[in-house]
Design a protein around this ligand. Structure first.
Ligand code: SF4
Ligand code: SF4
Ligand code: F3S
Length: 422
């Protein structure tokens, strides 16, 4: 094991390989608040990569209903239970240690064990704690769809949502949709676990791939990826996982004329909840004009999923406003409150960047905002919110303007002769 820096945790941690960050990192931000669980992403993905024999159960992209749903079933509860039962300081964060001005400890200091540290402390003969889901757990990709948590659950979590209130930010009965793909982690547990060294992380874009020529089906990747995103294919006796649609990311699709293109599941999103692109590889030097760097590092409105696992995942989420904070803090770390404050009363820049979500399937590398007139004013949870009809402009990596969009959506009124009366 060597010591590497994990900026999500605000500290160094043990990992079997040296720290080596790619030049750019494949990443995405998912705005949970906008997801309608139409599963278009899931089907876009399914019809592109996993329609063959032995891949029937493979859903490299899935959307599950939290808190009860999961694919495979209970994947997160099982890992959380391991960290909770055996950790020295089970999933404990020191939030006083946060470093507001730099990106080295933006959420605080994680004092619990990661999946790597726990395996070492327990003297296990594996790199990270984990388990292999059984067939039953892989059977229902969307179990508990739209099933709400009860008031009793809220009460047990001590969230305060049991009190007389059904207003934002917390609802008495709640659920939300969690969109899940491989996180193309900075410290992938799948890669670290593979005894064949069949998994590698690309230097140019941080995409994590399984080399099908080297894989011998040991399934250590399935066992030790905490997000359960590598999947074993009995037909070929090898494992497979999300490939981040790398031909599209490389600009091989003629539609975008050689420019980098969003992955299939991202580009298909009907709810416009996803923005896919590349983060600056050096987390200490985020580019404030890169929309993903801005959301993750500068504005900190988008958070990693279960940062305490320790893999430094690269898919980020804007948490849902209505779910109990205690549940969200466990899922996205202590940055939840700041992120939700910012999302509930959005700044002009945030409104502009949100307007660029799914505005083009070419990846946006840089954005600008042109000022427009004020069109709306209100108050949200005691905070003044002003909306301006600004123009958000997105540019590709080669500097070409690829999208220009106003905050206020245009509306048209049909003329009378087109009205149908009965
Ligand atoms: Fe590997 Fe899992 Fe991370 Fe994907 S989410 S890179 S499969 S550890
Ligand atoms: Fe599938 Fe591509 Fe989405 Fe990965 S990025 S889940 S390969 S559609
Ligand atoms: Fe390695 Fe996973 Fe194949 S552990 S050998 S990549 S099944």
């Amino acid at each position: 094991m060597t010591l590497v820096h994990n900026w999500h945790l605000g500290r160094t941690m043990e990992y079997p390989y040296f720290e080596s960050r790619p030049e750019h990192q494949f990443a995405a931000v998912f705005n949970i608040n906008r997801c309608i669980a139409c599963q278009t992403c899931t089907m876009a993905h399914k019809s592109t990569w996993t329609y063959s024999k032995g891949q029937e159960y493979m859903w490299w992209n899935n959307v599950e209903t939290k808190p009860y749903g999961g694919y495979p079933q209970h994947w997160d509860q099982k890992i959380l239970q391991m960290l909770w039962d055996n950790g020295n300081n089970p999933m404990e964060w020191f939030t006083g240690a946060e470093d507001k001005n730099a990106t080295t400890a933006p959420y605080g200091l994680y004092n619990g064990d990661t999946i790597f540290e726990l395996a070492k402390n327990k003297g296990l003969n594996q790199v990270a704690v984990g388990y292999i889901p059984d067939d039953k757990e892989w059977r229902f990709p969307n179990i508990y769809e739209d099933t709400a948590a009860s008031e009793k659950t809220n009460y047990e979590m001590g969230s305060g949502a049991d009190k007389e209130s059904s207003e934002l930010p917390e609802h008495k009965r709640w659920f939300f949709y969690l969109q899940r793909v491989c996180n193309h982690c900075t410290y992938p547990a799948c890669l670290a676990a593979c005894p064949r060294k069949a998994i590698y992380k690309r230097k140019e874009d941080g995409i994590v791939l399984i080399d099908q020529k080297r894989c011998r089906g040991y399934r250590k990747c399935v066992e030790q990826c905490p997000y359960k995103k590598p999947m074993y294919r009995g037909e070929t006796r090898m494992s497979e996982k999300c490939i981040a649609c790398y031909p599209r990311v490389e600009g091989k699709d003629p539609v975008t004329k050689g420019r980098r293109m969003e992955a299939r599941c991202m580009a298909a999103c009907v709810g416009k909840i996803r923005m896919n692109g590349l983060l600056t590889g050096d987390y200490k030097k985020p580019d404030p004009k890169n929309p993903l760097d801005w959301l993750v590092h500068v504005h900190k409105v988008a958070l990693p999923l279960y940062p305490q696992f320790g893999t430094e995942p690269n898919i980020y989420y804007i948490p849902p406003r209505w779910a109990p904070r205690s549940y969200l803090r466990q899922m996205f770390g202590p940055g939840v409150d700041e992120a939700l404050d910012k999302y509930a009363a959005p700044s002009r820049t945030l409104m502009a960047v949100l307007a660029l979500f799914r505005a083009s399937q070419t990846m946006i590398s840089r954005f600008e905002v042109e000022d427009g007139p004020k069109i709306y004013e209100s108050e949200v949870m005691g905070k003044k919110v002003e909306v301006y009809n600004d123009t958000a402009i997105g540019y590709a990596a080669d500097g070409a303007e690829i999208v220009r969009i106003k905050i206020e959506e245009p509306t048209w009124e049909s003329d009378e002769k087109r009205m149908v009366t009965y």
